[in-house]
Write a protein that binds this ligand. Structure first.
Ligand code: SME
Length: 160
């Protein structure tokens, strides 16, 4: 696997994702361990995209439990239907939240978090994991993030 990422810094968000996603494929290729892969993916996303907080919550029994992440410490357990992550789980759909204070039941792990995107991943037709990305700016995520992060989740599902 490659030892470092190459991300041009003078390009659009879409171009950064276009450069990043094949490199993530290279990072996880041939490595079956889930924790190792999720850890490198969180690090690559933070490094390439400059996200404030990026990480995974994994479905364990009736809760989401904090998995590999990059950023400030975070809530460890979230129940189904609670907050943005729990809603992505119960609805099985990406949640794009421009203002977290306007999202009913948002769970504030950090008061610096202002906007958020959460993408669910599936195993055997059920949500098994969510990717959560937080920003300290309002309305920092859009359909471009949704498109590429959903594409990334399809790669993640292959090793779950
Ligand atoms: N804000 C999330 C909780 C997780 S943290 O942002 C890392 C939510 O409402 O589900």
């Amino acid at each position: 696997m490659a030892e470092s990422l190459y991300i041009p810094n003078t390009v659009s968000k879409a171009e950064k994702y276009e450069a990043l996603l094949p490199q993530i494929e290279g990072l996880i290729m041939g490595e079956p361990d889930v924790v190792a892969n999720l850890s490198n993916i969180a690090a690559a996303l933070r490094q390439a995209m400059g996200f404030f907080w990026v990480g995974f919550y994994i479905v364990k029994q009736e809760e989401l439990v904090l998995g590999p992440f990059q950023g400030p410490i975070a809530c460890t357990r979230i129940r189904k239907g609670k907050g943005v992550c729990g809603t992505a789980w119960s609805e099985g759909k990406t949640q794009l939240v421009p203002d977290v204070d306007a999202f009913p039941g948002h769970i504030a792990c950090s008061s610096d978090s202002k906007s958020e995107i959460v993408v669910p991943g599936f195993k055997n037709g059920e949500v098994a994991i969510v990717l959560d990305v937080d920003s300290d700016q309002l309305a920092d995520f859009d359909e471009t993030d949704q498109e590429y992060l959903e594409q990334l989740m399809r790669s993640i599902e292959k090793f779950l």
